[in-house]
Design a protein around this ligand. Structure first.
Ligand SMILES: CC(C)(COP(=O)(O)OP(=O)(O)OC[C@H]1O[C@@H](n2cnc3c(N)ncnc32)[C@H](O)[C@@H]1OP(=O)(O)O)[C@@H](O)C(=O)NCCC(=O)NCCSC(=O)C[C@H](O)C(=O)O
Ligand SMILES: [Mg+2]
Length: 361
C-alpha cells in the first residue's frame, strides 16, 4: 500500500514531482481531431486560438489500419504548431489494445514537452491509472521532462462507474473524468444506438384521469416527458470529481446536425457541475463555449449577492429572494469561474463588464 507521503514522490528516479493540485485552465471544449487525417490536421493551427483544448485522438474513430499514421501525425502536428495558451491533449488507445504502449512511449518521448494531458479510455479501476502513472513517470524521467503530464479518465464501462471514486483518487496526476456515453451504453447493455443525448422511448407518462365510481377509462391523450438517460452517471461522476478536487466533463454528442439537443445536453452537464464537453465537429465549438461560460446576467447577479452578503454569513433579502451562507458560496463558484475564464477571453470579459454595469444602474 502507498502511504500518503508517497503520493507526492515521483514514481521514477528523475521524474518531475507529481502535481499537488490541478491548475485551473479553461477547458470548456475538448476539441477532437484525427491527426492522421491530413485535411483535419491542417486545420489545427487555425483552430488552436478558437478552442480551450485540442485533442489528438488515437482511439475509437481511428480505423485499426490508421493507428500508426494517427500517432505519427500527432507527433508532427505537435512539433509544427505553436498552441499558445491552448492545451494539447491526446486520447491514447485503450490499455487492453496492442497500441496503447507504443502510443505512450512515442508521445511522451517525442512531444512530452508539449502534451498537457493524456486521456485514458475505458478505465475500469484505480489499477489502470496506477499503470499509466508509473509508466508516465519512467518515460518523463527518460525524456528529461520538467513538468508532469496529467491524466484524464473516460468513464465508459459499468466497472468504471462502480469504481469512479477510486479512479478519481488514484493519482495526483488525475486531472479529470469525462463521461463516454456510447461505450458505457454498450457496456451496460442499454438498448440505444446513439452517441450521447436522450431517447424518445425513455419517458414517464402522466396518469390517466381518475374514473370516479367505476366509469369507463378515458382514452384522452396523456402527456409524456422524455427523461435524461445520463443524469445518474453524470451526477455520480461530478460528486467523485468534486470530492477529489479534479474536473468533470460531459463527453461526446454524436448527432452533429442537432445543435439544439447538443446545447441542451451540454447545459444539463454544466448546471450539474461539469466544466466542459467534447466537440467532435467545428459546429460544436461555439456551443460549448457559450454553455460552459456562466451567463453574464448570472455573473452580475452573483456579484450583487456577494456584495450584499459582506463576510458571507447571515441572511439578506434581494428582490424577494432569501440569500445566506450557502447561496453566497454558490455565487462564489459562478464568479470564480467567470473571472478565470475572462482572464483568457477578452470578449467574455467585456460581456461580463457590460452586464455588471446594467445590473448596477
Ligand atoms: C463526424 C465527422 C466524421 C464529420 O466529418 P465530415 O463528414 O468531414 O463533416 P463536414 O463535411 O461537416 O466537415 C466540414 C469541414 O470541417 C472539417 N472537420 C470536421 N470535423 C472536424 C474536426 N473534428 N476538427 C477539425 N475539422 C473538422 C472537415 O474536414 C471539413 O473541412 P472542409 O472540407 O475543408 O470544409 C468528423 O467531424 C470527425 O471525424 N469528428 C471527430 C470524431 C471523433 O473524434 N470521434 C471520437 C470521439 S466520440 C467517442 O469516441 C465515443 C466515446 O468514447 C464514448 O464512448 O462515448
Ligand atoms: Mg468510448
Amino acid at each position: 500500500m502507498r502511504s500518503a507521503k508517497d503520493f507526492f514522490r515521483p514514481l521514477a528516479v528523475g521524474a518531475p514531482a507529481p502535481p499537488r493540485e490541478v491548475p485551473f485552465r479553461p477547458s470548456r471544449m475538448i476539441h477532437f481531431f484525427d491527426p492522421g487525417n491530413e485535411k483535419m490536421a491542417a486545420k489545427v493551427p487555425a483552430l488552436a486560438p478558437q478552442v480551450d483544448v485540442l485533442l489528438g485522438n488515437l482511439e475509437d474513430a481511428v480505423a485499426a489500419d490508421r493507428k500508426e499514421a494517427a500517432r505519427a501525425g500527432l507527433v508532427s502536428v505537435a512539433r509544427a504548431t505553436d498552441f499558445g495558451a491552448t492545451q494539447l491533449w491526446t486520447r491514447v488507445n485503450s490499455l487492453d489494445s496492442p497500441w496503447a504502449l507504443d502510443d505512450l512511449v512515442t508521445l511522451v518521448t517525442e512531444i512530452g514537452d508539449k502534451l498537457d494531458v493524456v486521456m485514458v479510455p475505458k478505465v475500469e479501476g484505480a489499477h489502470d491509472i496506477h499503470y499509466v502513472d508509473r509508466l508516465l513517470a519512467q518515460l518523463e524521467a527518460r525524456a528529461g521532462l520538467r513538468r508532469p503530464i496529467l491524466v484524464h479518465a473516460i468513464l465508459e464501462t459499468a466497472a468504471g462507474v462502480a469504481a469512479v471514486e477510486e479512479i478519481a483518487a488514484a493519482s495526483p496526476r488525475m486531472q479529470g473524468i469525462s463521461l463516454g456515453p456510447a461505450d458505457l451504453a454498450a457496456s451496460r447493455r442499454m438498448k440505444t444506438t446513439r452517441v450521447g443525448g436522450g431517447h424518445p422511448g425513455y419517458l414517464v407518462r402522466e396518469d390517466p384521469p381518475p374514473t370516479f365510481g367505476g366509469g369507463t377509462p378515458s382514452d384522452a391523450p396523456r402527456v409524456t416527458y422524455q427523461q435524461d438517460l445520463w443524469h445518474y452517471t453524470i451526477a455520480r461522476m461530478v460528486d467523485a470529481c468534486a470530492a477529489h478536487d479534479i474536473l468533470p466533463y460531459y463527453g461526446p454528442f454524436g448527432d452533429i446536425q442537432d445543435v439544439t439537443a447538443c446545447e441542451d445536453q451540454f447545459r444539463n452537464a454544466f448546471l450539474l457541475g461539469c466544466v466542459g464537453a467534447w466537440s467532435l465537429h467545428p459546429v460544436q465549438i461555439d456551443i460549448a463555449k457559450r454553455v460552459f461560460s456562466p451567463a453574464p446576467e448570472d455573473v452580475a447577479w452573483a456579484r450583487q449577492v456577494i456584495e450584499a452578503m459582506g463576510d458571507g454569513t447571515g441572511a439578506v433579502m434581494i428582490d424577494g429572494k432569501m440569500q445566506d451562507d450557502a447561496t453566497f458560496k454558490q455565487c462564489q463558484v459562478v464568479v470564480g469561474l467567470a473571472d478565470a475564464l475572462a482572464e483568457r477571453d477578452p470578449q467574455l470579459a467585456a460581456s461580463y463588464a457590460a452586464a455588471d454595469k446594467v445590473a448596477r444602474r
